[in-house]
Design a binder for this molecule. Structure first.
Ligand SMILES: [Zn+2]
Length: 298
């Protein structure tokens, strides 16, 4: 990494206008077209980057794997608890009655969700650690960090708000969950864009391609799932549909979107494992590189 304010020490053509940037500060702009000088520099490989920063990336991927594993265990646990609850009070599922959830059930859910959220927050915090002396703006990293942390916080608030189980509190919790979902989508798409840039600095173009595929797949699955869900809601609430029969097309689309999400999560776990291996290797090489700084630099 260059020192802040250090200058370009050899011929380097501006990627936009072709002007020679020799002697320009690395943090400056092209004197001809105004593009950031950093945009014309070749990307710095991770193995030549700050070792502490790469260690944070590696630790972040470990926390991410732990968080995903805990999330699945949590879902299984909540599923079993809910099934037991319905078994214990079957009358509550009769038409016209709403299932009243006991306080202990909600508090246990809240506590377990809190543990998973904290693990995932640590993961996001580490993976999106700012790169020291980064010359380029890191917009996707910033968006990923704050959108994902905000979405976890909103989800926790939504569960707390829901505790009284009144009509108002449920409506507010639904709004908070929707907002959390939107932020989570924005954060996930940004995180995948950031990881794709990191993959190019490993360099592993195949991993970058897979990361992009998961990114596009996530957007597609969420859009299809959302449209199908709104279609279902609309048809059930419609006065033209007295039997409240859900349209089969919307049901199929919703199921396909759910299946796609499952595939994407498994794919995501495989990619995280791959990134973790790469980050571990890059960290070892970066430590070595930091001790033997003889590489020729621009
Ligand atoms: Zn230029």
């Amino acid at each position: 990494m260059g020192q802040p304010g250090s200058k370009i020490r050899s011929d380097l053509l501006c990627a936009s206008c072709g002007c020679n940037l020799l002697g320009q500060p690395k943090t400056g702009e092209c004197p001809e077209c105004g593009m950031l000088v950093a945009e014309s520099l070749p990307p710095v490989m991770l193995k030549e980057s700050d070792p502490d920063w790469i260690r944070a990336l590696r630790n972040g991927t470990s926390w991410m794997l732990a968080g995903i594993a805990c999330y699945f265990i949590l879902m299984l646990f909540i599923g079993i608890m809910t099934a037991r609850l319905i078994e214990a009070q079957p009358n509550n599922l009769a038409p016209g009655k709403t299932l009243v959830l006991p306080g202990w059930y909600l508090v246990t859910n809240l506590a377990l969700m809190a543990v998973v959220s904290i693990i995932l927050c640590i993961a996001i915090w580490q993976i999106t650690t700012p790169e020291p002396e980064a010359l380029r703006p890191q917009t996707t990293r910033d968006i990923a960090r704050w959108a994902l942390l905000a979405s976890y916080a909103l989800m926790m608030i939504a569960i707390v708000v829901q505790l009284p189980q009144s009509e108002d509190s449920t409506a507010l919790a639904t709004c908070l969950h929707a907002l959390a979902g939107l932020l989570s989508l924005i954060g996930t798409v940004s995180l995948l864009a950031y990881l794709r840039d990191l993959a190019m600095r490993l360099p592993d173009t195949r991993l970058a391609g897979h990361t992009k595929a998961v990114q596009l797949g996530t957007i597609g699955a969420v859009v299809v799932g959302f449209v199908a869900f709104m279609g279902l809601l609309g048809s059930i609430a419609s006065p033209n549909n007295p039997q409240s029969r859900p349209p089969p097309l919307a049901l199929i689309a919703l199921m396909l979107a759910g299946l796609a999400m499952l595939v994407l999560v498994i794919w995501w776990v495989v990619l995280i494992l791959r990134f973790r291996g790469w980050f571990a290797t890059a960290h070892r090489m970066a430590v070595y590189h930091a001790h033997n700084q003889t590489a020729v630099r621009y």
